[in-house]
Design a protein around this ligand. Structure first.
Ligand SMILES: [Ca+2]
Ligand SMILES: [Ca+2]
Length: 202
């Protein structure tokens, strides 16, 4: 195993030394909740407490039928950031136990860029459905529109239709994207994933 790991690392460093394309990066999960504006249940009541922890959307999704997600509530939203700028795509995981028929839950995915989430400029990536979560959403179109390839924030806004049997909207388990390596030594860039787990960068 040590030999294999060494070979992979050597290859990564060699690749980084040859070229650093704009979309180079490492997979990273959301690490910070910038804002959480939870909506209500369809009946007007508050979403259950155990589904109201925004931090349940951080880090790797658990992908289980347990309450390790945050329910956005009808029309609610959450804004997240990562340990660095990101590019290329965003992947969202939602939890709906067994995806029963008629239990539609949808959300709009936005990406933002700016020094703060409040002052950021925002672009709509597209709509996510609970039945096809885990599929990467390309940022190619918004990159063209925005005139930039890197972004700071992800915002997910519940758009669950009123005719759904859902009562508290989109249930967010986790979000990943392609983090841009920070400027630095080539070896550090190649080790981006490791470096970002040990040093917080914004
Ligand atoms: Ca759900
Ligand atoms: Ca989770």
């Amino acid at each position: 195993m040590r030999t294999a790991r060494y070979t992979a690392l050597t290859a990564a460093i060699a690749a980084a030394a040859v070229a650093t394309p704009a979309v180079a990066g490492v997979t990273g999960f959301a690490t910070t909740v910038e804002a959480f504006n939870q909506g209500l249940k369809k009946n007007g009541g508050a979403v259950d407490g155990d589904r109201s922890h925004a931090s349940s959307a951080l880090f790797a999704p658990q992908l289980t039928n347990n309450v390790n997600f945050v329910s956005l509530g009808m029309g609610g939203s959450i804004t997240l950031s990562f340990d660095n700028l990101f590019t290329d795509h965003v992947t969202v995981w939602e939890t709906t136990y067994n995806n029963p028929a008629g239990h539609y839950e949808t959300a709009d995915l936005w990406v933002g860029y700016g020094s703060t989430a409040e002052s950021a400029s925002w672009w709509l990536v597209g709509e996510i459905e609970n039945t096809d979560d885990g599929l990467p959403m390309s940022l190619d179109d918004v990159s063209l529109t925005a005139g930039r390839e890197t972004f700071s924030y992800v915002r997910i806004v519940d758009t669950t239709p009123g005719n759904s049997s859902s009562y508290d909207g989109f249930d967010l388990d986790g979000v990943s994207t392609n983090l841009v390596p920070s400027p630095g030594p080539v070896a550090l860039a190649a080790l981006g994933g490791f470096a970002m787990t040990t040093r917080r960068r914004r």
